[in-house]
Design a protein around this ligand. Structure first.
Ligand code: NAD
Ligand code: ZN
Length: 359
């Protein structure tokens, strides 16, 4: 059985209260093995992706505020270095490499868990929102919900599959589309979006990407989008989508824009029977659409919230086989503030992954 030296303190990115500046602390306590509850494990992180959700949490622009002081982060990969005493039937052991997702834990016994919607469990623990997340070197997680990382799949390449990847994988899975159908992806150049282009291609869908700027345009086209529409330049988004799809409109849209604008007109460019998957989470925006045409066109409108353990496994397996690749840059944890600035201004194409060993 491997044994690990666990320090008493560590480096962590901390927000004292929502809206306060981010601080990099070197004195944050590490929970010791003897203090772990049954079912808890301690993971020494290699890296963590930074999701726009972490920025929403740090600013506090969602209807339900996070716990504070807040350590954000929910796309972590690392090694299990301790497991709580009296943990029975743990699916992971010391030394295993695992991923931490947004849904850190759920009860596995309620109606939602039983139906495979673990993310709606009333006892859910959310990494970097209701429990300390992965913007630290050591994170407490839960043996039943950590995700084993396929052997040989590098941690930094896997990290953003744990939120961005799982989320868009599930949204596309339930988008009621068939190979050859058209899918519109507003937000396609961002963290979730660039993975949605690829998971859509894996399912044989034809992709119309919507985002802004040359870098995101080139990324989306390189990843397999047939058409890119720049939302800052387009005079008539609905007409452009209709023209690209032979006049009828798209079969589905998966919106991963963090700003409400990504939702504007989405139902208008769908063809009859089309499906809108709402994924991006602008905190105070309302979904506004014509009731008449929603009925008349028999549209489906769904919310899609991360994914369950099975979705995580499926999304990771596809990525580990190289069919989907996270486009990322590695930065130190101390760069997180700049990462948030970049996200806020929409200048990050793909994802930033924070490397815990980088100074
Ligand atoms: P990101 O900042 O990496 O990407 C967002 C993209 O949206 C950017 O490329 C931006 O240019 C683009 N965009 C902005 N306005 C647009 C518009 N009008 N039309 C088209 N594109 C537009 O963010 P991310 O990490 O990919 O997260 C995106 C959103 O998804 C956030 O709100 C996040 O909280 C949410 N999210 C939801 C879930 C879920 O389970 N539903 C999971 C993870 C993240
Ligand atoms: Zn996320």
């Amino acid at each position: 059985m491997p044994s690990f030296n666990i320090p008493k303190t560590q480096k962590a990115a901390v927000v004292e209260k929502t809206g306060a500046p981010l601080q990099i602390r070197n004195d944050w306590p590490v929970k010791q093995q003897k203090d772990l509850a049954p079912g808890e494990c301690l993971v020494k992180l290699d890296c963590s992706g930074a999701c726009h959700t972490d920025l929403h949490a740090a600013i506090g622009d969602w209807p339900v505020p996070p716990v504070t002081p807040l350590i954000g982060g929910h796309e972590g990969v690392g090694i299990v270095v301790a497991i709580g005493d009296n943990t029975s039937n743990s699916p992971v052991k010391l030394g295993d490499r695992v991923g931490i997702k947004w849904l850190a834990d759920s009860c596995l016994n309620c109606e939602h868990c039983r139906k495979g919607r673990e993310q709606n469990c009333p006892h859910a623990k959310l990494s970097g929102y209701t429990v300390d997340g992965t913007f630290q070197e050591y994170v407490v997680s839960y043996v039943n919900h950590v995700t084993p990382i396929p052997e040989g799949f590098p941690s930094d390449a896997a990290a953003s599959i744990l939120c961005a990847g799982v989320t868009v994988y599930r949204a596309i899975k339930y988008s009621q589309t068939n190979p050859g159908d058209w899918i519109v992806l507003p937000g396609a150049g961002g963290g979730l979006g660039h993975l949605s282009v690829q998971y859509a291609r894996v399912r044989g869908l034809r992709v119309i990407a919507i985002d802004t700027g040359v870098e995101k345009k080139n990324l989306c086209l390189r990843l397999g989008a047939e058409k890119f529409i720049d939302f800052n330049e387009s005079k008539d988004l609905v007409a452009e989508v209709r023209n690209a799809t032979g006049g009828e409109g798209a079969h589905a849209a998966v919106v991963t824009s963090s700003a409400p604008g990504g939702y504007t007109q989405a139902t208008e460019y769908l063809r009859p029977g089309g499906t809108l998957m709402c994924v991006g989470l602008p905190g105070d925006a309302k979904l506004s659409t014509s009731i008449f045409f929603t009925v008349f066109k028999s549209l489906n409108i769904f919310g899609s919230y991360v994914g369950n353990r099975q979705d995580a496994k499926e999304a990771l397996d596809i990525a580990a086989r190289g069919e989907v690749k996270v486009h990322f840059a590695l930065k130190p944890l101390s760069d997180l503030k700049n990462v948030y600035d970049g996200m806020h201004h929409g200048t990050i194409a793909g994802r930033i992954v924070l490397d815990m060993s980088k100074k």
